[in-house]
Every structure is written in structure tokens, then in C-alpha cells.
Design a protein around this ligand. Sequence first.
Ligand SMILES: Nc1ncnc2c1ncn2[C@@H]1O[C@H](COP(=O)(O)OP(=O)(O)OP(=O)(O)O)[C@@H](O)[C@H]1O
Length: 436
Amino acid sequence: MSADSDPVLEADGLQKYFSQSDGIVDRILGGGGKVKAVDGVDLELRAGETLAVVGESGCGKSTLGQTLLNLHAPTGGTIRYRGEDITGLTGGSMRPYRAELQMIFQDPLASLNPRQTVGDILAAPMEVHGIGDSSEDRRDRVRELLERVGLEARHIDRYPAQFSGGQQQRVGIARALAVEPDVIVADEPVSALDVSVQAQILNLLEGLQDEFGVSLLFITHDLSVVRQVADRVAVMYLGEIVETAPVDELFETQHHPYSEALLSAVPRIDPDARGGRIVLEGNVPSPLDPPTGCRFHTRCHRVIPPADWPADQPTFRRAFTLRNRVENGEIDPKAARRRLEAEGEPAGDEAVADHIVDTSLPGSVDDLPPEAREAVETAIGLLVAGEDGEAADRLAAALPSPCTDEVPRLVEPSRGRTAACHRIDPDAPGAPMADD
Ligand SMILES: Nc1ncnc2c1ncn2[C@@H]1O[C@H](COP(=O)(O)OP(=O)(O)OP(=O)(O)O)[C@@H](O)[C@H]1O
């Protein structure tokens, strides 16, 4: 495949929100929240390539894959297949495209009808899409397909449960190929399988892709799988694509700090390779209420300090972590007081505030620049006095960052690569740090 080949499937500003109005989250929050599972994705899958979509669990990968195939009605944006707008097509109007756009699922057994033989499972979509002249012809094609995916043709009348997990996934692959598709979205196709079987299925997919010229969107959380199968990678975080790059380039350099953190967790062959594992702050925020500005700012180890910050960036990150914890309501002065009391320690307001600073600020407060230190101590005092909003405002004023205020643009740091981070955008607010 060529990196410059035409896009087969394109997303432009694609959004998929799920309504929570009937769910438990609604009852807790008291409002009809929207889970912003996919939120403004631009992406193109090019002819014959394998594009991996990677990111942590819950970042929206599956929803993106399913929305691209119109299995979910998109909330916004457009989807084009070979230049034709197919956004939101359903039923009969989607039928001409359905055969071209196929899906392979993570759990092969759950996606195969247990009461049908594999022969029937594979022949049914052929019949729907008018492939094969007769049922005998389709049965011959099914036998060929079974052999092509490494199964035995004589097992055509077996039921899915009579196959092993790896064999069931081979049936899933055969079913996708049965209608001679142009695009396959494979959603974690090997993550339910034993490691030894994973490699066989990945090899099979690669071989079939070359043979059939299919474009593959490969969804996975596993970067070692990405390296084996992908030509390009799109890194997803909280409903957005934060970086795209050819796979080898992404493993060499990362422009987005989230990609950098993901890649830092991949075991290196060379034990002297530079850089240790980057441990991100906190948890993935809720897609019901994603952070402002850059969605990654709450966890980003490279969050940008204000231009007049008098210390280094890691010191800012420490203070900024406390800011986030206060903003997110993660600090509970009452619990801190109870703990001190239980330990027989002094538990007056001042002691509680000191305890919170000690336990919620990474590192020592003494290492902060004087103004930041004063802001931290004042803010925690306010928090202990029950003035949560005031506390958060005080910290936001003392520890501002362009990352909380401005949504980063997707820029092209080099040909064929994109990333959305203020640090690589020459027009972005905030000065990159010398030690960055
Ligand atoms: N049908 C649905 N209704 C409501 N929320 C949903 C629905 N499907 C997914 N979500 C939510 O959308 C977000 C993205 O989920 P999605 O499954 O797409 O992520 P993912 O990256 O594929 O994760 P995983 O790898 O765990 O499957 C999650 O917060 C999830 O809870």
C-alpha cells in the first residue's frame, strides 16, 4: 500500500454521544448527561492500509469503529465511503455499502449464532448480497473460504461451539470476507485469545489483507499488536484522536504526551533504550464531562506552565496536580480530620490543612516558588473551611495553564503525521519549556 493512496473511508468531525437520561448516572447527577464517546474525529483509512486505533479502555475506540460503519447513528460530522456521503444511512439505503464495510468482533462466539452451522453462518450474508448463483455454489464458496482461513472444509456442518476460540475467530474472519468487502473494522480481534493463537490470527489477517486488498481499521489497546499489523496508528484519548503517524515513526518519536506515555509502557528489546515508564497522574476523566482545553491536561506530564512561572516544568506539574485534585473534589478534609483523630494526632484546622498538603501535593510544598506555595496553603485553608469553590478559584488563578483554556489544534509536525498539542503548535499560547 502507498501512504498517499486515496481514502476509502473518511470521518470528518465525527461525533457519537450516548444519552444517559434513563441511566444510573442520570439519577446520580440529576440531569440528562451525554457520554461524549466520540467527539470530533477526523480520520481517513486509505486503500489497502491497516490503520490501528489505540487508546485506553473507554476512550471510544469501539464506538468510533461502529459509528464509521453506521452501526450507530452519528450525533454529528460526516462519513464518506469512496467519496460518497454515507452519514447515518440505515436499512435499504445502507444496503449497497453494507457488504463493502464489514466488522470482526472481539468475542467470536458471542458474534456467531450458536444455532447455525458455520456453513449457514457464512452462506447467509452471501445470499443477502447476491453472491453465488445457487445454494450449492455458495456452499462451495464456503468450503473454499474455510480452507482459506485455515479451517477444514469438512467441518462445514459444525456449530460454532464445536470450535476452539482461535477457530471461532477464523470463522468470524471468513464471515467478514464472505461478501468480498472493501473495508474491515476489526475490534480487538485477538484480545480474547491465547497469546500463541493471537500470532496465528494476526498472520492470517495480514495474509488475507494482501490477497484481497482489503483496508483494515484495527482497534486495539495493545501496542505490541499494533507494531505487528499496522501501517499507521491513530492514538485516541477521551473521544478524540490526539495523534496519527506511520507506525515505525510513532515508535521512534511521539508528538503528543499521551502517545509518549503509552509508548513508554511498551517493553523495549534494547535494555539501554532511553526513557523509563511514564506514570500518568490520576484516572481517565469521565466522558460525560471531559476537561476543558486539552482533555489530557489533568494527566499530562508535560502540561505547560504560564509564561512567567519562575521554576521548572516538573515543579509546576506537582502544584498543578494539587489544583486538579481540588477542582475534581478529590480531597476530603473531613476524612483527613477523622484519620488524624484516629491516629491520636492533633486534628485542628491547621493540622488538617498541613496533612492535606503533605498527602495531596506530590513532593514538598517547600520546593514550590513562594507565590505558588502561598496560594496552595491559602487554598487548602479555604478547603478545610468548607469554601471548596474559593479554593479551586485560588489555585486556578495562581496556577494557570494554556492547556486548560485552549483546545489544541491538530497540526502537522512533519509530513504524514498529525498531533493536537500546544507544545508543537508554533501559534499556540504558552512557551514550551527549555527542559521539555
Ligand atoms: N450504548 C452505549 N450507551 C451509553 N454509553 C456507551 C454506550 N457504548 C459505549 N458507551 C460509553 O462510551 C464510552 C466509550 O466506550 P467504547 O466502548 O467505545 O470505548 P473503547 O475504547 O472501545 O473501550 P473498550 O476497549 O473497553 O471497549 C465509554 O464511556 C462507554 O461507557
